[in-house]
Design a binder for this molecule. Structure first.
Ligand SMILES: [Zn+2]
Length: 221
């Protein structure tokens, strides 16, 4: 990531502050095993009109991540400076979610529990979970007696097509604060980085609860 001076771009200090906060968040997730290897990708909105966001570089090792591994992209998902290299190939999903929800940050993990649970409930298009105090950590949830629906979409390597499907799912589930891509991982978002991080933590907690309640899968082999 390079310093910015041109008009219309975020100030250098704002980019540096955002990059530091996003890298710190990713390092914490990596320490918890939520984005092993090159798994997961993460973004932070710096400007809304027009959209400009920091996104992790394609193929970046999340255990060795630094500000140099963040790429500033525009609303078309392309880098603002080609010299910065390629952003994650899942950037279309980050842009689509940020635009559809007004999120200030979009965080995508590849956890074991997210992968397992997304496969199990894939044919149902999602799963409902409630009755737990922890769901009050999701924006808009007031009581442990509430339930939340976590949508699941099929994985596609065509990320632009996948982003279009995700936008349709978000329109149908406006209360959702996260969704799963089957056999792949969790996307969660929030109005700012702190809220998005909290939404990842709560979803990962709920995914682990849901996963531990499942009967063991019989492995053929
Ligand atoms: Zn992914």
């Amino acid at each position: 990531m390079r310093a910015r001076t041109s008009q219309g771009r975020p100030a250098d200090a704002a980019v540096a502050r955002g990059a530091e906060a996003l890298v710190d968040c990713i390092q914490r997730f990596h320490a918890r095993g939520l984005c092993d290897g090159t798994g997961g990708n993460f973004s932070l909105v710096l400007e809304r009109e027009p959209l400009q966001m920091l996104v992790t570089r394609s193929g970046s090792d999340k255990g060795r991540l630094g500000a140099r591994d963040l790429v500033l992209v525009g609303a078309d998902g392309r880098p603002c400076d080609l010299a910065d290299g390629a952003p994650s190939n899942e950037t279309p999903l980050h842009v689509a979610i940020a635009q559809a929800t007004g999120a200030g940050a979009v965080l995508h993990t590849h956890s074991v529990w997210g992968t397992l649970v997304s496969e199990h409930f894939r044919s149902a298009g999602g799963f409902r979970i409630g009755g737990y105090e922890m769901i009050k950590g999701l924006a808009g949830v007031r009581s442990h007696e509430d339930a939340v629906f976590v949508p699941i979409v099929a994985n596609l390597q065509d990320r632009v097509a996948l982003a279009t499907i995700v936008v349709g799912v978000l329109e149908a589930h406006r209360a959702a604060r996260g969704l799963l891509v089957a056999g792949h991982g969790l996307y969660a978002w929030g109005r700012d980085l702190d809220e998005a991080r909290r939404h990842v933590e709560v979803h990962e907690f709920l995914l682990q609860l849901a996963g531990r309640r499942l009967p063991l899968v019989r492995f053929e082999g």
